[in-house]
Design a protein around this ligand. Structure first.
Ligand SMILES: C[S@@+](CC[C@H](N)C(=O)[O-])C[C@H]1O[C@@H](n2cnc3c(N)ncnc32)[C@H](O)[C@@H]1O
Length: 250
């Protein structure tokens, strides 16, 4: 039932549709620059991005911690082998080291209080020189600003600002499923410390705001390299290369 509601929201919400189209096109373009022999998608969810990833992969595998989401993904891929999907925790992947040439991770990392656990695991399973495509929610951005204004109004001024906090990495809600958001400098340092070399940053998420989402999606995709890393963009999509282990750098 819940998943059916989610599917309806995704289908009928123009903001989500605009965002999904742009994100999917960016992921497709970045995959063209990677070694796509064996691609792992981590946090597959209901398989929103899986078709574009699979179309670039000689071999594809998707993992998610949630069995129900994986079931929905599998049902929407009529005729595809279910062996392509596996229930697993991103922090403890059941694969030997260097199993994949590329990994894609979209809309997942902001759920972790310690994202370095996931990044270390991804680095382990990516072959040296292989690629990681990952999306990151950064601050400040239009997202954190709108969240701040909304929470501030609801709490009548008792809520502290997420956008202008001095802490580099902070929770953005205090529900049972808190999300986390980091400053761009903190995120870049984390990626470096976890052994990834930044190759390109694309901006995403801005296309769901009312005026911009009326632009054709391909215009937003063309703009994405120019706006990546800008302070108002809600999400950045990084193309990274798995570099030498930090301790082995001469
Ligand atoms: C917001 S959805 C994103 C799904 C998909 N990547 C997309 O962009 O449409 C986040 C997904 O991450 C999954 N997830 C959350 N924690 C996880 C974990 N520890 N290991 C693997 N998947 C996890 C959730 O079950 C959910 O399907």
């Amino acid at each position: 039932m819940l998943s059916r509601c989610l599917a309806v929201v995704q289908r009928d919400d123009p903001a989500r549709r605009a965002s999904a189209a742009v994100e999917s096109a960016i992921v497709g373009e970045l995959l063209e620059r990677t070694d796509s022999t064996r691609i792992l998608e981590v946090g597959t969810g209901t398989g929103r991005l899986s078709p574009v990833i699979r179309s670039h992969a000689r071999e594809y595998l998707g993992v998610d911690i949630d069995r129900i989401s994986l079931g929905i993904a599998a049902n929407s891929w009529a005729g595809r082998p279910r062996a392509e999907l596996l229930q697993s925790d991103a922090r403890r992947l059941p694969f030997p080291a260097r199993s994949f040439t590329s990994v894609v991770l979209v809309r997942l990392l902001h759920w972790f209080a310690d994202p370095s656990l996931v990044l270390a695991e991804l680095r382990r399973v990516i072959r040296p020189g292989g690629h990681l495509i990952r999306s990151v929610n950064s601050r400040p951005s239009l997202d954190t600003l709108s969240l701040d204004v909304w929470s501030h109004l609801r709490s009548r001024g008792r809520q502290l600002s997420v956008t202008f906090s001095r802490s580099p990495f902070i929770p953005i809600r205090s529900t049972e499923h808190p999300g986390y958001v980091g400053s761009r400098a903190w995120i870049r340092a984390l990626l470096r410390d976890c052994g990834f070399v930044e190759l390109e940053v694309r901006g995403a998420g801005y296309e769901r705001f009312p005026l911009i989402r009326n632009l054709p999606p391909n215009v937003c995709v063309r703009l994405s390299p120019l706006v990546g890393g800008r302070c108002w963009v809600p999400s950045d999509i990084f193309l990274l290369r798995s570099g030498p282990a930090p301790s082995t750098v001469e």
